[in-house]
Design a protein around this ligand. Sequence first.
Ligand SMILES: NC(=O)CC[C@H](N)C(=O)O
Length: 276
Amino acid sequence: MSNKIIKIALLDMYNGEPNQGMRCIIDVVNRFSPVVSFEIFDVRVKCELPDINKFDIYISTGGPGNPLIGDGNWDVKYYEFIDSLNKWNNENAIKKHVLFICHSFQMACLHFGLATVTKRNDTSFGVMTIHKTKEGLVDPLFEGLADPFYAIDSRDYQVVQPKLSIFAKKGAKIISLEKIRDHVQYERAIMAVRFTDYFVGTQFHPEADPISFVSHLRNKEAKEKIRAMKGKRKFRNMLEDLLDDDKIYRTNETLIPNFLRIAINDLMKTKKMLSN
Ligand SMILES: NC(=O)CC[C@H](N)C(=O)O
């Protein structure tokens, strides 16, 4: 394989469960071929993690279950792996870029001690509005997305109670929040964090496309559960949101492509500088 190709490791956190995330991520990554190649690592079932010498960019997926609990094996290795990437970035000119999605995002927030993760009162599932914070308005990850923008959310847990002193100490930033729910007193959950210049994560699913969402709803039970949860009108509105060019399509075409473009440009620049 040519050295010019940028290598991406996809950390599959789905624990062997059927999901739409992997197909969507692969679909987005393939838009960058032939500049990139990718390999998949099954973190939770096989305890597989990549050799950090061999990959430039890492995308760590969503996944089922409680992010506070691992099996004492894969989770320990996963956290060690994040630490080794962070250490690498502190010591090397050519950086490792990481995107943490949903379950991985929750685990990263916990690991860096930035916030608490709690179980929500109800499942969050569907097309949600995501609000940029002041920092989010200028973060290149969101360039080309409106404020608010739309994303697919699918979770039972939430990242809340940010420890702002730790954010400040680490230079991390909250870049998006949940919408304000006037009629409920709950705290707005954190929807995205820039951990460092090279590590960023989202609580929602930036990889999701309308097809993946509709496929999920082909499961009758899933469909009925969501229809009952939202009510008929909101359910129909959500289906309409799916077809809107400015909503899920826009996020799918913008956010991970921004992440990859920023990473690829940075890698090409630093690799070239070092080979001169
Ligand atoms: N889609 C996900 O990755 C979900 C994350 C986590 N398991 C939750 O339920 O909140």
